[in-house]
Design a protein around this ligand. Sequence first.
Ligand code: NZQ
Ligand code: ZN
Length: 391
Amino acid sequence: MNNFTFYSPTKFVFGQGEEKNAGSYVKQFGGSRVLIHYGGGSAVRSGLLDRVKASLDKEDISYVELGGVKPNPRSGLVYEGIELCKKEKVDFILAVGGGSVIDSAKAIGIGTLYDGDFWDFYSDKAVVERTLPIGTVLTIAAAGSEGSDGSVITLEEGMLKRACGSDLIRPKFSILNPELTETLPDYQTACGAVDIMAHVFERYFTNTKDVEITDRLCEAVLLTMISEVPKVMENPKDYQARANIMWAGMIAHNDICGAGREQDWASHSLEHELSALYDCAHGAGLAVICPAWQEYVMEHNVARFAQIAVRVWGCQMDFAHPEITAKAGIAALRAFWKSIGMPGNFADLNAREEDIEKLLDTLEIDGTTLGNFVKLNREDCEAIYRIACRA
Ligand code: NZQ
Ligand code: ZN
């Protein structure tokens, strides 16, 4: 196991009705003038936004609102939010929504207290030193932004989707009420499930040795998803299954599963180009990329792929031909994601093989490499995109 520092200071408040206490948590973390940030309308339609506002009223906390965050959140609204926060002297941002809303809130938080362009933090030109504090009321189990140190924004000029990471942008508190996810369309529930599992894969496929504890934590999250997601597909109002998935989503990405091990993240980079170009859901893009990446890199460590096949997918170990076991595991992953309605290849995603050059160009892979498990060059990335076309 490698040396590591793990800092995850977010206060998680979990369970039914907890959004009604949002105001008191804002107060606890020093907020007195709040920006309520939300998405395209689901939080309005469900009445959630009204409940959150009532909780702020109850604590005599004033607020301004900025809705309209789109999935794969854009820079334009971030600039608007920064101006609003400066003008209204906002001292706390409350994100009510999914990963897109939370990521947009994180970007506004760092941009408001910065003299330059917030994009500097997403293009490695500046390091985060301060931010407005953020709280979240999560409405979809997926990105894990409610506990993560990351934010992903798309710069409209050039449609570049890029990430910023800093422990400073981890939310001060996150309210996780699984009931709020019951209004999700099945497709979004499934996209979220893929993302949660992908966050585990990015950590599981490592070259670091002797990482039994994090291997087992990763496997627990995957096994939970495999047992609970079909229950929710069958019955969207299965609260207990939703609860298990929601907590799995947090555990999958606050990095408790990744501590002390080298992580990969090539699949995420390859996917971000798809959601930037086609505006597809991040989880749907991952459903196409992850199995293709796994097939491409499998030979690098067949034993690790065989291990996950046996421990997670219940495959029989073929000691004479471990690669058969390894492949069976990847096939099981494909079958599972297909069973919950996820795309399996470029065509399912309405992506085009002709665009691969374009994807590679924005990936900025020339002269450098992607990922750690296997360091991928441009040709490797192209090969993975081509597997994703043919699958
Ligand atoms: O905008 P509204 O109307 O709220 O609709 C959303 C949106 O259309 C809808 N939705 C959310 N909660 C709902 C609901 N509809 C009905 N009922 C509810 N309770 O679902 C759609 C997707 O929402 P979004 O926030 O985009 O989903 P997700 O949480 O998957 O976030 C995706 C974004 O997070 C980034 C992705 O790249 C993508 O941009 N990621 C962020 C990470 C991080 N910050 O750590 C890590 C991830 O790997 C990921 O890259
Ligand atoms: Zn993700």
